[in-house]
Design a protein around this ligand. Structure first.
Ligand code: SF4
Length: 341
């Protein structure tokens, strides 16, 4: 039977700014099974990165988890003492960030930085840690790792630095790897190589993975399940096939229309999602996508939709899925009333 490695239940995270409480995560629930790779997708400000920082308990002031649970191997991480969290981070859950240059320390060699993580979490000698560091660099495809281990980060290319970050993250064989926009700063070829690397580690080592990105195209090859976030909430969740071929939420459909397709002819126009995400200082009472949705009905403005189950594992938060949705009475944003279609 598939075991849940991570289970996030009704998680809420806010930032307490001088302007007021920014409700960045407004009650999200999702899980990651052992050995599974899932993708969390959404525009910037959707709450996807805040979710991963909340899971890792790496939120900086003024951010705070205000409710919910993060169950990792059945234990709630939300109330874990800092010391215990430090042991879990790196050892059992590791994270790769977007910009390897700011994550790597420029004054230490890459080898030293990998060894430091290994020595912190494992009871082995320095020589053994060095051997392991070389092994890790080899695993992530760095040529001549015995020589490269003595290099400083600036002597590595952007792609190699990101590979080094993956090596650091995996050096303690974590059960869960969280990669937050790991390829955004890289060119397309290197991007594909890093994604292949993450996919390979997931399939070969069985490392459960959460891949966070704004780009649906990035998760297509790596993840088996996809969570689509918007306005601090999960809009839709389903298998890769369901999200790509049977999307049920207008926001997911909009994201799909905005990515280029290899098979389409060069004249096919990409359709951007017009408008901006909601202000989470004053989150809308109804559907967060209301202001940008072509199918918005009156009820969408007034009431946040519940989740509608399409089939096991596929759910979406949209009033269109309600049996009695008045789909021929769309909201008229110009006049502020109903327009019949
Ligand atoms: Fe659009 Fe209404 Fe569905 Fe929100 S609930 S996505 S506004 S149709």
């Amino acid at each position: 039977m598939t075991q849940k490695l991570l289970e996030v239940k009704n998680l809420r995270t806010s930032f307490f700014t001088h302007l007021g409480e920014v409700k960045a995560i407004r009650g999200i629930s999702f899980h990651v099974n052992e050995g599974e790779a899932i993708g969390i997708v959404g525009e910037s400000g959707s709450g996807k990165s805040v979710s991963s920082l909340s899971v890792m308990r790496l939120l900086q002031f003024p951010g705070k988890i205000v409710g919910g649970e993060v169950l990792f191997k059945g234990e709630n991480l939300v109330n874990k003492p800092k010391k215990e969290m430090m042991k879990i981070r790196g050892n059992e859950i590791a994270m790769i960030f977007q910009d390897p240059m700011t994550s790597l320390n420029p004054v230490f060699t890459v080898g030293n930085q990998i060894m430091e993580v290994i020595l912190k979490h494992q009871k082995i000698t320095k020589t053994e840690a060095k051997e392991k560091a070389i092994e890790m660099l080899k695993l992530v495809g760095i040529p001549s790792p015995e020589k490269r281990i003595k290099n400083y980060p600036h002597e590595f290319s952007g792609g190699m630095r990101q590979r080094a970050m993956v090596a650091i993250a995996l050096s303690c064989e974590p059960d869960l790897l969280i990669a937050d926009e790991p390829t955004t700063a890289l060119d397309v070829t290197i991007q594909a190589q890093i994604l292949d690397l993450i996919k390979g580690l997931n399939t070969k080592l069985g490392t459960s993975t959460i891949l966070i990105t704004h780009d649906l195209g990035v998760v297509a090859d790596v993840c088996s399940r996809i969570v689509v976030m918007y306005g601090g909430l999960i809009m839709e969740e389903g298998t890769k096939r369901e999200i790509f071929y049977e999307p049920r939420h207008p926001y997911t459909m909009g994201l799909l229309k905005s990515i280029p397709k290899v098979a389409s002819d060069t004249k096919t126009r990409l359709v951007p999602i017009v408008g901006t995400p909601p202000d989470l200082l004053k989150p809308p009472t109804g559907c967060p996508f209301f202001a940008r949705c072509d199918y918005a009905m009156n009820i969408c403005r007034e009431k946040q939709p519940p989740y509608f189950t399409i089939n096991e594992g596929h759910r979406a938060m949209c009033w269109l899925l309600h049996d009695e949705a008045p789909k021929n009475e769309l909201y008229d944003s110009q006049k502020g009333g109903v327009r019949s279609v």
